[in-house]
Design a protein around this ligand. Structure first.
Ligand code: MRU
Length: 350
């Protein structure tokens, strides 16, 4: 089954509702920038590249919606759309990366009163970004798959698959490619409390494709590593700082520490759009703190003692020193550091 996480259908955007997978597979329609911002905020759509591309479509939707209005209304509505979408989630830099691309295209258009032309150009750019996301993932997949042994149990955390992108996936893209190359890959999926992206989304993707997958709770990975049952770890990223520190789903840091303890390679698959050279280190990356209900329970049911306080940081920082390599569309960066990342960002495909 080809998973189309988000798709443009004639005049609007449809996104898979990731809150209710795997029990229900359904699309939600977005007709304006606010619909898209709410879908991002409420985790209907999630995963760094997917929210970036969704936001780009959000801008296109708003431009199309106001293409027949006065130029001043058009400009005002578009400016608000950039603000609303830009503040929908804080950690994944792909969101501002995609919005910057959209804004540059808008500012670069010479005939600023031709709103139909602007709207159509913005839609074309959103579609280009969407198509290129899939190609980039496939390329990362081919590059990263070569790092894995021919037979391997590979642990992944959260969901960095087709559902977190436009298609194919970053970390899961590497695993898909390895399988396509004929490698015998068995995926070990952390369940990823509190939102259960591993149990609900990664496991679902793997089952759809018939890739062997074993689900574990987050506190089991150390035990499996100590028993020699994990050969490599591949995760995605929401933002990589200039020094190579990686922000990814809460719990990633724990997995990285355990990997180092057990001498297991820890790979991070991320497109260049996830690397943010303006953040010197991981300490500078904003970490989203979500509501306590996600920690107290799930899906409307709560199992925690009533009245208990919670913390819910949604991401953590894995220091660069724990990262064996970054896998990008421009190649593999072993032991990432500031100099290597600067070089990577200016290099060509090779
Ligand atoms: O809170 P989420 O589900 O948006 O977090 C997603 C992750 O942490 C992914 O690992 C990351 O975005 C990489 S997705 C290719």
């Amino acid at each position: 089954m080809k998973i189309e996480t988000l798709k443009w259908v004639g005049n609007h955007l449809e996104v898979i509702d990731q809150r209710i997978l795997p029990s229900t597979f359904t699309y939600i329609s977005c007709w304006c920038a606010l619909d898209v911002a709410n879908a991002i905020k409420n985790m209907i759509i999630r995963g760094a590249p997917a929210i970036g591309i969704a936001a780009a479509y959000g801008i296109a939707l708003e431009a199309l919606r106001y293409e027949n209005s006065t130029p001043s209304t058009f400009v005002a509505k578009l400016k608000i759309a950039f603000l609303v979408l830009g503040s929908s989630r804080p950690t994944a830099v792909n969101l501002s990366w995609a919005l910057n691309r959209m804004e540059l295209r808008w500012r670069g258009l010479s005939d600023n009163n031709n709103m139909k032309k602007i709207a159509s150009e913005l839609l074309s750019l959103a579609q280009e970004l969407a198509a290129s996301d899939v190609h980039i993932n496939q390329r990362m997949g081919q590059i990263g798959a070569k790092l894995l042994p021919n037979v391997a149990n590979v642990l992944t955390h959260c969901n960095a698959g087709a559902l977190a992108t436009v298609g194919y996936g970053t970390a899961l893209g590497v695993l898909r490619s390895a399988v396509e190359m004929g490698k015998q890959i068995s995926v070990v999926a952390d369940e990823t409390r509190p939102f259960l992206q591993g149990a609900r989304l990664t496991a679902w993707e793997m089952v759809q494709e018939g890739i062997p997958c074993t689900l574990i709770t987050d506190n089991m990975s150390g035990h499996l590593m100590s028993k020699g049952e994990i050969d490599a770890v591949v995760v995605g990223a929401d933002r990589v700082a200039a020094n190579g520190d990686v922000a990814n789903k809460i719990g990633t840091y724990m997995v990285a520490v355990l990997s180092r303890r057990h001498k297991i390679p820890f790979y991070v698959a991320c497109p260049l759009s996830t690397i943010d050279l303006s953040m010197p280190t991981g300490d500078d990356i904003p970490i989203e703190e979500r509501g306590g209900d996600e920690v107290r329970g799930f899906g409307g049911s709560s199992w925690a003692a009533e009245g208990v306080r919670t913390r819910n940081p949604s991401f953590d920082i894995t220091p660069a020193e724990l990262v064996t390599a970054l896998i990008t569309e421009n190649g593999v960066v072993l032991e990432p550091d500031e100099e290597k990342l600067k070089g990577l960002m200016t290099s060509e495909f090779h």
